[in-house]
Design a protein around this ligand. Structure first.
Ligand SMILES: Cc1ncc(C[n+]2csc(CCOP(=O)(O)OP(=O)(O)O)c2C)c(N)n1
Ligand SMILES: [Mg+2]
Length: 340
């Protein structure tokens, strides 16, 4: 039912968005996919080490939601955050260099994959603690409301965050104080190897909005236009002082939980079904079929994106390691961290 409604609003987006905007959505999703594919390759070659969680398959969620924001709006993410960070506008060079642990990375190589942070673009991390971003998003929302500013906070988290106390406390407080926070749950059916139905009593996750007296919708997270529409509605409400919303975006991660997970807990058939729903291929089909965009334009975008990511990998590879004498620098702000 909720998905039906979503299809209708998404169709409106296809009609109302201009061609350049639709192509930008296509470009951003391709940028993230290519970034993640090259990241996997660099991981296999030992250029990237440590924990690394890829976002391939879920691109429509980050891109659709962040496209509905203004530059000054805030984004709070999880440890699977490469896609959110890129969608917010951080240059791929800076993100890739961070994964390589290089001084030129967005967190000077100190954070790595799970701790991207770009305060100038209001990308507020990158958190390894499941559900850890939600209270921080509420804090940002409180500061916006206190200063009577027009911004909103878009907070992404996985289905695994819903059984956490932090989720419930955050929704309660944000609703009580009518804070401008958009809670976006990326329901990819798994928290590591555990299925949602084995972890959460209510599988229609958007229904958790009801006890906290905020709108809750389930959208097709493989449809960038559906996510965009739902986020537009939620941001309009938040900016008008009407408070938070919960969006459940149903999506799928194409790789294992992390680079060290072969995902043997799910069937090849299931993976094939979701591959057929690839958000990038779906938008491509619609642009060619319904908007009559020539294939050559899309191919040009794909080539452009590939070149940007290849350049990012080269840049990261050639960048210097942090100097040993700087070991304690950029660890705490008082130590001469990123603000200095
Ligand atoms: C508080 C806390 N508990 C447990 C973990 C270990 N852990 C890391 S990822 C993860 C699964 C989270 O799944 P989900 O929120 O659905 O995000 P997804 O990986 O699917 O994007 C768990 C349990 C953690 N990082 N933090
Ligand atoms: Mg999950």
């Amino acid at each position: 039912m909720a998905l039906e409604r979503d299809k209708l609003t998404a169709e409106r987006a296809l009609l109302t968005l201009g061609e350049s905007e639709l192509l930008e959505l296509y470009r951003r999703m391709n940028l993230i996919r290519r970034f993640e594919d090259r990241t996997a390759e660099m991981y296999a070659r030992g250029k990237i080490t440590g924990f690394c969680h890829l976002y391939a398959g879920e691109e429509a969620v980050a891109v659709g939601a962040i496209f509905a924001l203004y530059d000054k709006d805030y984004v709070v993410s999880t440890y699977r955050e490469h896609g959110h960070c890129l969608a917010k506008g951080t240059p791929p060079r800076k993100v890739m260099a961070e994964l390589f642990g290089k001084e030129t990375g967005i967190s000077h190589g100190r954070g790595g994959s799970m701790h991207l942070f770009d305060p100038n673009l209001r990308f507020m991390g990158g958190y390894a603690i499941v559900g850890g971003g939600l209270p921080l998003a509420v804090g940002l929302g409180l500061s916006i409301a206190y200063k009577e500013e027009p911004e909103v906070v878009c907070c992404f988290f996985g289905d695994g965050a819903l059984p956490q106390g932090a989720f419930h406390e955050s929704l309660n407080m944000a609703s009580l104080w009518k804070l401008p926070v958009i809670f976006i749950c990326e329901n990819n059916f798994y928290g590591m190897g555990t299925l949602v139905q084995n972890a959460i009593c209510q599988q229609e996750l958007y229904r958790f909005a009801e006890p906290y007296k905020m709108p809750g919708v389930r959208v097709d997270g493989m449809d960038v236009l559906a996510v965009y529409q739902a986020t537009m509605e939620a941001t309009a409400r938040a900016r008008e002082g009407e408070g938070p919303s919960l969006i459940e975006a149903v999506t799928y991660r194409y790789r294992g939980h992390s680079m060290s997970d072969p995902a043997e807990y799910r069937s090849k058939r299931e993976e094939r079904i979701w591959q057929e729903r690839d958000p990038i291929k779906t938008l491509r089909r619609r642009l060619v079929g319904e908007r009559r965009v020539p294939e050559s334009r899309l191919e040009a975008i794909e080539r452009e994106v590939n070149a940007i990511i290849d350049d990012a990998v080269r840049y990261a590879d050639e960048s210097p390691e942090p100097a040993l004498s700087d070991l304690m620098k950029n660890v705490y702000v008082e130590n001469g961290g990123p603000q200095s």
